[in-house]
Design a protein around this ligand. Structure first.
Ligand code: PYC
Length: 340
């Protein structure tokens, strides 16, 4: 009889269709004084466990993992490291909503405010009485406006580069039908855009890879302001409207003066679920009027430090769909997943 190497206790949920797997017990202790140290420890010593939890046969390429940790920051209730089939995510909006729904299901938290520590900063999650959750994300901003990239077999594509807790390339002019029946061609063009950005060495401000591609179109739903399709780093598309992608969108809308602070923005995802977003200006930065006068003197599309930083809030619903134990046996040839 084979012995068991790991038993991971998990709760699976989905947020507007996008799954989150919260791991709350069974993971080895991560050393380090900060969540960034713990992330390094995870990457260096336990990446095989990421693969075991996310990849087939225990998981699938759409899943986002959320490892629950004791907070290292005294202001936070808990820490969380997000990961997927190819690596690690700075922040994850749908994942945060999923973690809050899972903690509420376990009766570890009740309605109210809960601060979570992520590797890119503190986020505030408010669980409402109706079960919805608002996530006040990390400060978000547009780094560059309408950057052109030549995409082989497609042509010149222009997009904004923005930070919403991950790096996004946001494209409105793409000629695609954003519809659930069209996800294969949408995935294909987003992969081509991503490859073209890499080939042209176009990155986020810190040199970070732009690993999320986001296409926008008008929605058929009169309630929604926009519909999106978001390609995630591992090649799967986001079934939800993407919390960090909606944050990046809000930063662009704020920078273009197309949405006022506190004004709601209904972002629909490709399978039809909706997040409601809004923003406030980050208080530690230039005011928008100061930025306008700085922008008047800036002729390039490199808007580094000249665009408003916003603090987005994204609201949506998650539903718990499984509570189980993932078992890793010593003699399992796929104990660390099937490499994709
Ligand atoms: O909701 O922020 C998000 C997200 C990122 C990747 C998948 N979902």
């Amino acid at each position: 009889m084979s012995s068991t190497l790991f038993n991971f206790k998990i709760i699976d949920s989905h947020t507007g269709g996008e799954p989150t797997r919260m791991v709350y017990a069974g993971f080895p202790e991560l050393t380090g004084d900060t969540i960034q140290d713990k992330l390094q420890c995870f990457k260096q010593n336990f990446d095989h466990l990421r693969q075991s939890i996310i990849l087939e046969p225990r998981g699938n390429e759409v899943l986002v993992g959320a490892l629950l940790l004791p907070a290292t920051n005294p202001d936070a209730t808990a820490g969380v490291i997000f990961f997927n089939n190819t690596g690690y995510l700075g922040m994850c909006g749908h994942g945060t909503i999923g973690v809050i729904a899972s903690l509420a299901y376990q009766q570890k938290i009740s309605a109210g405010e809960h601060w979570l520590e992520t590797s890119v900063g503190l986020v505030k999650a408010t669980l409402h009485d109706d079960g919805s959750c608002s996530v006040q994300n990390v400060p978000s901003y547009r780094y560059k406006k309408q950057v052109a990239v030549q995409v082989p077999n497609v042509g010149l594509i222009r997009g904004d580069i923005a930070w919403g807790g991950n790096w996004f390339f946001l494209v409105s002019d793409h000629g695609q039908d954003i519809h659930a029946s069209n996800v294969k061609p949408l995935t294909h063009i987003c992969l081509q855009i991503k490859q073209a950005l890499i080939a042209a060495s176009i990155t986020g401000e810190d040199g970070g890879e732009i690993d999320h591609i986001e296409l926008f179109a008008d929605s058929d739903d009169a309630q929604a302001d926009s519909k999106n399709f978001v390609l995630c780093p591992g090649g799967a598309y986001d079934r939800s409207p993407c919390g960090t992608g909606t944050s990046a969108k809000l930063a662009c809308l704020a920078a273009d003066n197309r949405l006022a602070p506190e004004q709601p923005w209904q972002q629909q995802g490709v399978v039809g679920s909706v997040f409601t977003g809004s923003y406030q200006y980050a208080t530690d930065r230039h005011s928008p009027s100061e930025l306008n006068s700085l922008n008047d003197h800036n002729n390039s599309n490199d808007l580094t430090h000249l665009e408003p930083r916003v603090v987005p809030t994204i609201c949506g619903y998650a539903h718990v769909c499984a509570e189980t134990l993932l078992i890793v046996q010593e003699d399992d040839p796929f104990q660390w997943g099937i490499p994709s």
